[in-house]
Design a binder for this molecule. Structure first.
Ligand code: GLY
Length: 296
């Protein structure tokens, strides 16, 4: 029986990611190439405030990007954190995975590696993002805000799975803050034998439960992607009964696919959407919210 390729991505901008990923999958390409392509088109879109160029900067006005990619065939992962001046952390992460013996490169080392690999350097702070940062600086209460990471999962015609996750991190974060998106098992995980998962939201709470690893391990034991995603959200809620973390209302969402291409999506709060493309048909769907409170 032929395997139907499928790609899923977080949020409504996932539709754009999926169109790009489908160009790869529909032509018989690999899940790994598809998730890289899908994540990259979002990273290089300067109008999006939470990923790549145009992303919100840290508290000092500097854009620092995190990104990772995972290959379900081998369990290989590459990631970069605190990457400056290079707009495409997912592609750099893939080079880390494929061309170094390492899993993660950080900060200046990640930038040096990207430069050596021929990635172009450019200013990542757009005028619009700079304006948002200037407005934040004059606020009385200056907590971190915003974290609409893109996570992409694909299954190709061979049945191989891959995942990518990329973000500029919470807006106005402390310099050097690392998101869940680049942490294997937290923002993403992929294993052909069980499934793949990605996360979006407040990285600190996602990382505390190793959300993506938890979901994939539950799918390995036979749980549906939907039930596994809901359990990861429940773990977060149990650990944070006030539904906030350091005074910040929690937003966290998970998206998963099992090895058969079945999909699940769950979120702490209402409003989480994800895009799906199955065999070339694109849709935007709602993830299941586990609490009714929209505040966030
Ligand atoms: N999930 C993205 C972040 O926490 O920065």
């Amino acid at each position: 029986m032929s395997i139907i390729p499928v790609v899923i991505s977080t949020w409504s901008f996932g539709l754009k990611a999926n169109v790009a990923a489908w160009e790869v999958l529909g032509a018989g390409g690999s899940a790994l190439d598809a998730v890289e392509r899908g994540a990259t088109v979002i990273e290089i879109d300067p109008t999006l405030a939470s990923v790549g160029i145009g992303g919100d900067p840290n508290a000092e006005g500097v854009v620092e990007l995190d990104g990772a990619i995972a290959d379900g065939r081998t369990g290989s992962v590459g990631s970069v954190v605190g990457l400056r001046r290079v707009a495409t952390p997912t592609a750099v992460a893939r080079r880390v995975m494929e061309r170094t013996p390492h899993l993660m490169l950080a900060g200046e080392g990640a930038q040096q590696f990207a430069r050596a690999q021929g990635f172009p350097e450019q200013a990542l702070l757009t005028d619009a993002a700079c304006q948002r940062w200037l407005e934040w600086r004059v606020k009385t209460h200056r907590g971190p805000e915003g974290h609409d990471t893109i996570g992409v999962i694909a299954r190709d015609a061979n049945g191989d799975l891959a995942a990518a996750c990329t973000t500029s991190g919470v807006s106005w974060k402390l310099p050097g803050r690392v998101s869940d998106s680049a942490l294997v098992g937290c923002g993403l995980y992929a294993d052909n034998e069980a499934g793949a998962a990605v996360a979006t939201g407040l990285g600190e709470v996602i990382a505390r439960v190793c959300g993506s690893f938890l979901i994939v391990e539950r799918m390995r034991r036979g749980e549906s992607p939907q039930d596994a995603c809901e359990e990861a959200v429940r773990r977060i809620l149990k650990m944070h009964p006030s539904h906030s973390d350091h005074g910040v209302p929690i937003r966290a969402s998970f998206l998963a696919m099992d090895r058969d291409g079945q999909v699940g999506a769950a979120s702490v709060r209402p409003g989480f959407q994800y895009a799906i493309c199955r065999d070339g048909t694109h849709e935007l769907l709602d993830g299941k919210a586990m609490i009714e409170d929209r505040e966030a």
